[in-house]
Design a protein around this ligand. Structure first.
Ligand code: FBP
Length: 613
């Protein structure tokens, strides 16, 4: 038979050579990304060279939250060493230090920009000090898996996404044995300073380690400094205007916004589906709010509002049903519903159920291990929670019930990314819509919970079809190439934390604010962020997660507009993250709103080529 395409079926040797070279050196995109210049905060430059900053009191004190006396007792060294004072970086009396050995570790979920922290850190330490990387997160630290990061590595990792260069994990260092293991590794490897790149839980760990390693680690009585860098796509590690956001949030939300924007475009084009999109971000809804601001979806839930208004699962379902009915009445049988990953933990009755389950799972972990099947575990647990919670549990679909019984992570958190809330809502909304269609009189008419539809509109709704799709956008957003903001922010955070290491500081987290006017480099005392929280059945010291605040400008803007977004088609498609071009230097909208900036443009100093071609 003749091949009608006329193709020769022999791959061109040129093309094979090109593909081989991509395999060795990364894609064309990655190659160009590595060459991108990065803005540098003025303070870290002197005569065109990267230099470390020194530190002075910023004038601001952080008083520890409630329970000061308990915190003082648990962190006496950090309390007296930092005095809970916020420091600001300065260009006076820059530290001149040689021979220091700094180890850096990624902890928790990946976030875009981590590699640039390493690049900044290595560059500010310079050739007279050593930077060691810890492989595989805290687990690797305990096992002493360290290697030297060399200058030649920087050209490979700069501006690349993910944490692959070192790896990460979620081991929580909490037992006496583990502390001693870390101490022994620091002694063996002659480490002077440990930099932990992590979220709220990892930075809590950093504070505990800083206290533990404060002195007497090395034979001459010296301790090991411990410093934190704020990382997490969840955006819940914020400290008012001192630390506007953690790194990774911008890349994740711009990635999700592109995808949600595309789906919104599809709904406008095919006009036949409702898409239920769960967005990663753990408990807080910063991610969901940012994506909503960028894309203007039909419905978006903010977990913190649900908790504040004490809305039940059934009221949430009704909210969606009303939007579906109103739109169906106008032949708009499509829409996008954004669901925050942690939603279920904020619905009061679910919150009670989850906290009762957490307590039973934490207090009976040994006994549960002896039970083989999920049915046996379920029976055991259900017998130990309140009647109301057991009833609620029984009303949930089986798949969902099983998910609530999953093991907690090492910090005691329910693994919300594994709970298919988007599917649960589709099931419940479909059932409720069937009830509404069968009895339209029940919901049409006057009153808050009713929908004013004409008989003609009711007919349209009853005859309409509710076709759905579910999505979970999560892991897609954590490791993409960093946005211009995340690339710049992390490089400068690396310079800052390296400067703190050289200045001999311990127990601080690096922070940069004034992101719209050159950037101000700060050091926040970790002990000032710690408070007591009830977790896994006991009180624990933790850094409090920052939640979406009901009086924040970003949230207010959202609520002022959402009704219109639900009834009209107002969606915006922000398109792909831009690394070059008109909107490449945009901040998350949430930061610009909440920090009172005049525009979305960030300014972190003058652009500089970091790695020469
Ligand atoms: P961190 O807080 O460690 O940065 O992790 C963020 C996150 O991406 C959450 O949004 C999500 O719930 C969780 O990690 C998923 O964790 P895992 O990687 O263990 O599935």
């Amino acid at each position: 038979m003749r091949d009608i395409s006329g193709a020769s079926w022999v791959a061109s040797p040129e093309l094979i050579r090109f593909c081989d070279s991509v395999e060795k050196n990364g894609s064309l995109f990655e190659r160009e990304m590595r060459k991108l210049s990065i803005p540098v905060i003025d303070l870290f430059l002197e005569e065109g060279r990267i230099v470390p900053a020194s530190f002075e009191f910023s004038g601001e004190n952080l008083d520890a939250a409630e329970d000061v006396s308990r915190i003082l007792k648990a962190f006496p060294n950090l309390y007296s060493a930092t005095g809970c004072r916020v420091l600001k970086a300065s260009g006076r009396d820059r530290p001149v230090v040689t021979g220091r050995r700094v180890a850096v570790i990624f902890s928790g979920g990946p976030a875009a920009g981590g590699h640039n922290v390493l690049v900044g850190l290595k560059m500010v330490l310079g050739v007279d000090n050593t930077l060691l990387g810890v492989r595989n997160g805290p687990k690797g630290l305990l096992a002493g898996e360290l290697f030297e990061i060399r200058e030649s590595d920087l050209a490979q990792i700069i501006n690349t996404g993910g944490f692959a260069f070192m790896g990460t994990d979620r081991t929580k260092i909490k037992t006496k044995d583990q502390f001693e293991q870390v101490e022994a590794v620091c002694r063996d490897q002659r480490i002077d300073c440990l930099v932990i790149v992590g979220g709220d839980d990892s930075n809590t760990n950093a504070a505990v380690l800083a206290e533990h390693l404060f002195q007497n680690v090395h034979s001459d009585g010296r301790g090991v400094q411990v410093l934190g860098v704020p990382k997490t796509i969840d955006g819940d590690l914020q400290v008012g205007d001192l630390l506007p956001i953690s790194f990774g949030f911008d890349t994740a939300t711009k990635t999700y916004s592109e995808m949600v924007g595309n789906i919104l475009q599809d709904t406008l084009s095919s006009r036949k589906y409702w898409h239920f999109v769960k967005l990663m971000g753990r408990s807080a809804t910063h991610v969901g709010l940012e994506v909503a601001l960028q894309t203007r979806p039909t419905v978006a839930f903010i977990s913190e509002e649900i908790a504040e208004k004490r809305l039940s699962l059934s009221q949430i379902v009704d909210t969606i049903c009303r939007a579906v009915a109103r739109r169906a009445a106008r032949d708009m049988n499509y829409g996008v519903v954004l669901i925050p990953e942690g939603l279920i933990e904020f619905i009061p009755e679910m919150k009670t159920l989850i906290s009762e389950l957490n307590e039973v799972i934490a207090s009976s972990s040994e006994l549960l291990l002896d039970l083989d099947t999920i049915a046996e575990k379920k029976e055991f647990i259900l017998g130990r929670i309140s009647e109301d919670s057991a009833k609620l549990m029984a009303s949930l679909p089986d798949e969902f019930e099983d998910m609530l019984l999953l093991d907690r992570d090492s910090h005691g958190n329910l693994k919300v990314s594994q709970i298919p809330t988007e599917k649960l809502l589709i099931e419940m909304v479909s059932a409720r819509l069937r009830e509404m269609e069968a009895n339209p009189d029940l919901f049409i008419g006057e009153g808050d919970d009713r929908i004013n539809l004409t008989p003609e509109e009711v007919k349209r709704f009853v005859e309409s079809k509710f076709a759905t799709n579910s999505h979970f956008f999560g892991y897609e957003g954590r490791c993409g190439a960093p946005t211009r903001f995340d690339a710049a922010y992390t490089f400068n955070l690396g310079l800052l934390v390296g400067s703190l290491a050289l200045a001999g500081k311990t127990g601080y987290i690096a922070a940069i604010n004034a992101l719209d006017r050159g950037g101000q480099a700060l050091a926040i005392p970790l002990v000032g962020l710690i408070h007591m929280e009830h977790r896994q059945g006991k009180d624990e010291f933790v850094i409090e997660k920052t939640m979406v605040k009901m009086d924040s400008p970003a949230f207010k803007f959202f609520i002022e507009n959402r009704e219109r977004w639900a009834t009209e088609d107002c969606s915006a498609s922000p398109g792909p993250r831009q690394l070059w071009g008109p909107v490449s230097s945009q901040l998350p909208m949430l930061i610009a709103f909440n920090q009172g900036y005049n525009s979305l443009e960030f300014d972190l100093g003058e652009e500089r080529k970091i790695i020469s071609d």
